[in-house]
Design a protein around this ligand. Structure first.
Ligand code: R1P
Ligand code: URA
Length: 256
């Protein structure tokens, strides 16, 4: 049986699971696992940390993607090789619209492809669109929660500072082509910035796999650039709760 080079998983270890929850942060994996029945740690290699558990008797895998498109593409490709067909990113984000508050949850309907990795899967004209069933399940879950949530377009970048037009970096500047980009995405009704969805959604849509993305808002960029570390855990929990309940909704409509 093939064991994956990076993730060190195989079909047997993941108990033929076909759905995965994908946080960026490896430390978020055990936090998500607490919400599953019979959680067990699997492997940890580089940024890819994995756990397995169950919901309603169905095996559910959790694997961290690490930050950004390249690591995400390795993670999602290897998971597809061993039978994963539904991918839900559970992340954190910075909002760029004034009406979105810290602690709100954003469900991505599609992403702006400001990454590099997605270009290795499909030409730039191809949309980084989320799967309808996954997105519907996330929306249903968010509606049933006490979270304030938004559904819309996400800008997905390769860099946290320059690509998201932050000036609190080492150089304190962004290249001329990125100056004013935050304002432009605002004008185009983009809701938020993060760093994995463009790669994940493009690769999954283009290969006939189902993917969606839910993120918790850590900062509103119309107010400040920096993130207050003390709110991260509670914001993460909101995105986790929406994602886990979405899996329960999905189990009713998709055969796993
Ligand atoms: O919290 P995660 O899921 O890692 O998501 C966001 O946080 C990281 C940047 O701090 C990037 O990975 C970005 O997409
Ligand atoms: O502003 C933010 C917050 C979290 N993740 C990002 O990529 N950007």
């Amino acid at each position: 049986m093939k064991t994956l080079y990076h993730l060190r998983l195989n079909k047997k270890i993941i108990r033929d699971a076909s759905i995965v929850l994908l946080p960026g942060d490896p430390d978020r994996v055990p936090k998500i696992a607490q919400f599953l029945d019979h959680p067990n740690a699997l492997e940890s290699n580089r940024e890819w940390n994995s756990y397995i558990g169950e919901l309603q008797g169905i095996p559910i895998l959790i694997v961290s993607t690490g930050v950004g498109g390249p690591a995400t593409s390795i993670c999602a490709d290897e998971l597809a090789q061993i039978g994963i067909r539904t991918f839900i990113r559970v992340g954190t984000t910075g909002a760029i619209q004034p009406h979105i508050k810290v602690g709100d949850v954003i469900i991505t309907s599609a992403s702006v492809r400001s990454d590099g990795a997605s270009k290795d899967f499909a030409p730039i004209e191809y949309p980084a669109a989320a799967d309808f069933d996954v997105t519907s399940a996330l929306v249903q879950s968010a509606k049933a929660s006490d979270c304030n949530f938004h559904v819309g377009i996400t800008a997905s970048t390769d860099t946290f500072y320059q690509g998201q037009e932050r000036y609190d970096s080492f150089s304190g500047s962004v290249p001329p082509r990125l100056k004013g980009s935050l304002k432009e995405w605002q004008r185009l009704n983009v809701l938020n910035y993060e760093m994995e969805s463009a790669t994940l959604l493009t690769m999954c849509a283009s290969m006939g796999l189902k993917a969606g993305c839910v993120t918790g808002v850590l900062v509103n960029r119309t107010i400040q650039e920096n993130i207050d570390s003390d709110i991260v855990a509670s914001v993460e929990l909101k995105a986790i709760s929406v994602a886990v309940n979405a899996v329960k909704n999905l189990i009713k409509v998709v055969r796993f």
